[in-house]
Ligand binder design. Structure first.
Ligand code: UD1
Length: 424
């Protein structure tokens, strides 16, 4: 197993190119199931979760080929040979987002089986809202022996769906199912994350009229089973990767420039960093963060987009350990998303937890030690802490990190960090 060894950093300097967004890529790969042509996707990030989903599609019979190069990533997915409709446990257990194949496979073939994803380090994460919406569209769903069995022999029918909670992959799944349904599906309380917006925009450009894109009410005009012709497209920049490197700059009091980034997707993150003292120069596709000597404490509540993202909570918590005062961070989306706290405490951070609220007394000196990554974003919080901890920090179980960060150690090395990947 690999681990990262990180030494305390002098200020970082230079540029980091942001990769394509993992969370945009996953539904857009699943979307290829709705296409009659071979779909060409550019700018997929080179991360484990993407390979997992491509492997799942290949296991089902699709032909996938990827070439990851510095400035020219191209993946093609041809689902004309896809014949299997069962997403098995061995893949789904490694990545919950595998559930994203349920909507498109059911819509195209009239039946689908997907292993139930099971528990997750950050919370229960049920998929009940996905299933309830598909039932409303006419699917018959049974759970047997750990699998979701869904059938819709006469196809899916457009209907009015109101999500009890805003769900990102739930919205994407139902948008894809509705794309081939008979009639209009209205989704109320839909997710408005940029990743969902990109999915809707590409479907809209591929012959599925979608009204209300980027709003909480989506109206999808289904094609009644007609497969789509999808033109080549490029994945939007990863706003969470970008936010993580902005926190790396803030915690090390460095000036860094991010390239190939969309500041418009980072409003809440940039605004919290401004409150903490950072200054920014922003262009169409770059963000430069200017160092601030004093890091001010902050109050953060995680919520759905456009509010502050739960996927940036762990990184800001690490940053708050270095603030000049007490910060409060409230996690509203996932019930168990503070696993990084005990590891940061082992490094010397002064944090107290009360249910879903963390109080961080900043200004403590962190010391390098062995720490364990517990989930994807928790891993990056430990890397950030390690950049300012005295001595050497070994971050173990970085397979979590590899699920979602493309070339993290190379990108940090390029801006001057002392970080290397070693074998246990
Ligand atoms: C997506 C992101 C993840 C991010 C999360 C919240 C992907 C691949 N992952 O996850 O990085 O942290 O959004 O922004 O895009 N819920 C239910 N029933 C359901 C579905 C969700 O109760 O059927 C609950 C969840 O437990 C959670 C909340 O709704 O409390 C939001 O979850 P959701 O938006 O669905 O998260 P994901 O789509 O899994």
């Amino acid at each position: 197993m690999d681990y990262l060894q990180i030494k305390k950093a002098s200020p970082l300097h230079g540029e980091i190119k942001i990769s394509g967004a993992k969370n945009a890529s996953l539904p857009l790969i699943a979307m290829a199931i709705l296409a009659k042509n071979s779909v060409e996707i550019r700018n997929l990030p080179n991360v484990a979760d993407i390979k997992t989903l491509l492997k799942l599609l290949s296991n089902l019979g699709a032909k996938c080929s990827s070439a990851w190069a510095e400035n020219n990533n191209v993946t093609t997915i041809d689902t004309s040979s896809l014949t299997q409709t069962k997403a098995t446990y061995d893949i789904v257990r490694t990545m919950r987002a595998s559930i994203l194949v349920l909507g498109p496979i059911l819509a195209r073939f009239g039946h689908c089986e997907v292993s139930l994803p099971g528990g997750c380090a950050i919370g229960q994460r049920p998929v009940d809202l996905h299933l309830k919406a598909l039932e409303q569209m006419g699917a018959v769903i049974n759970i047997e022996a750990g699998y979701i069995h869904a059938i819709a022999p006469n196809g899916l029918k457009g209907c009015d769906i109101i999500f009890d909670k805003i769900t990102v992959t739930g919205t994407a799944n139902i948008v894809m199912a509705a794309a081939l349904a008979d009639g209009i599906t209205t989704i109320t309380n839909a997710a408005r994350e940029p990743e969902v917006v990109q999915l809707c925009e590409i479907l809209n450009a591929s012959g599925v009229q979608i009204d209300g894109i980027a709003t909480a009410v989506l109206k999808i005009h289904g094609t009644n089973g007609r497969l789509l012709h999808i033109e080549p497209f490029s994945i939007i920049p990863d706003r969470i990767e970008a936010g993580t490197y902005l926190c790396a700059a803030a915690i090390t009091r460095s000036e860094l420039t991010l390239t190939d980034v969309n500041a418009g997707h980072l409003g809440a993150v940039i605004s919290k960093l401004q409150e903490m003292g950072s200054k920014f120069t922003i262009t169409d596709n770059t963000i430069t963060i200017h160092p601030s000597e004093v890091i001010k404490p902050v109050k953060i509540v995680t919520q759905e987009y456009p509010a502050f993202p739960t996927d940036m909570q762990a990184q800001f918590l690490a940053l708050a350990t270095q603030a000049d005062g007490t910060s409060i961070i409230e996690e509203r989306l996932f019930e168990n998303r503070f696993m990084h706290v005990s590891e940061l405490q082992r490094m010397g951070a002064n944090i107290s937890l009360n249910g879903h609220v963390a109080t961080i007394n900043g200004g403590t000196k962190l010391s390098g030690t062995d720490v364990m990554a517990t989930d994807l974003r928790a891993s990056s919080a430990l890397v950030l802490a390690a950049l300012v901890a005295d001595g050497i920090t070994d971050v173990h179980r970085i397979y979590h990190l590899d699920r979602g960060y493309d070339s993290l150690e190379q990108k940090l090395q390029n801006v001057g960090a002392d970080i290397k990947r070693l074998k246990e």
